[in-house]
Write a protein that binds this ligand. Sequence first.
Ligand SMILES: *[C@@H]1O[C@H](CO)[C@@H](O)[C@H](O)[C@H]1NC(C)=O
Ligand SMILES: *[C@@H]1O[C@H](CO)[C@@H](O)[C@H](O)[C@H]1NC(C)=O
Ligand SMILES: *[C@@H]1O[C@H](CO)[C@@H](O)[C@H](O)[C@H]1NC(C)=O
Ligand SMILES: *[C@@H]1O[C@H](CO)[C@@H](O)[C@H](O)[C@H]1NC(C)=O
Length: 264
Amino acid sequence: MATLAHAGPPIANTTALPKHIGILVAPSITPIDMFGPLDVFTAIAMYYVNETGPMQLSIITANDTPATTSPPLKGVDFGVKLWSTVTVDHYLEMAAKGFSMDHAAECNSTEMQSGTPLSPIDVLLVPGGGGTRGNVDKEISFVKAVYPSLQYLISVCTGSTIIARAGILDGKKATTNKKAWKWATTFGTNVEYIPAARWVKDGNIYTGSGVSAATDTAYAFVAEVYGEPVAQWIADASEYTRWTNASYDPFAERWGAGTNETKS
Ligand SMILES: *[C@@H]1O[C@H](CO)[C@@H](O)[C@H](O)[C@H]1NC(C)=O
Ligand SMILES: *[C@@H]1O[C@H](CO)[C@@H](O)[C@H](O)[C@H]1NC(C)=O
Ligand SMILES: *[C@@H]1O[C@H](CO)[C@@H](O)[C@H](O)[C@H]1NC(C)=O
Ligand SMILES: *[C@@H]1O[C@H](CO)[C@@H](O)[C@H](O)[C@H]1NC(C)=O
């Protein structure tokens, strides 16, 4: 086994570290929306295992058929298939029972076979992509049901439309994909969509801008929850140049989303 001993800075506040990251995968997601943040979380799970304890990752889909990173376009079949570790229904069923495995049949479930019993999700990541323009009713109900028990909710790109349709952004500040701005900002009630923003934080909700902004949003989250030195150390270890100014966003103008001044 490789030695992964780290010499990274200590985590600023270890009292309530997330243990369980869930990724809600809609039918066609944009690859980096999932894998950018997953890379950042993987670095935490790997380098900081002694501080966080073992971390759990759940991949959640609406049903048992695999999701894909392929765009949902005719003639395009270009993507990675993604199998879930738990379906929306099974997670909610288990949540309703307080995550206790009290039926024999459940011993056959994927999470028991992998040796890790399902536990409550602490942080839910909701990627975007072409699939958000299709039927995502189940994903929307899932977010609505689990949000009250989450420590943090993070949407990136048009994943914002799922959480907005769940009513979670109502009356809050948020951002979303700049190229899809016109469509994506039609969801929710009294959501203050901020055009020039790489990401926005409101309460325990982070919303990221389009595609590559997913990774910067994950780093912003890590900076707040684990400490800025930890975020920068992981970025350095990943040879990644972070975008640290949330309000610097040339893509708002590039895609005609508007400026923050004209909007407010
Ligand atoms: C965790 O602690 C063990 C025991 O001290 C050490 O051998 C290991 O390198 C540490 N792991 C990391 C990732 O720092
Ligand atoms: C540490 O985190 C906990 C839980 O989020 C919070 O209640 C507490 O105020 C934090 N402490 C410091 C010193 O930031
Ligand atoms: C568990 O799976 C095995 C093998 O597929 C099957 O024989 C058994 O009946 C299952 N048990 C339950 C309680 O579903
Ligand atoms: C962040 O970007 C905004 C918009 O370009 C700029 O007005 C502001 O000065 C920048 N802040 C910092 C700390 O660089």
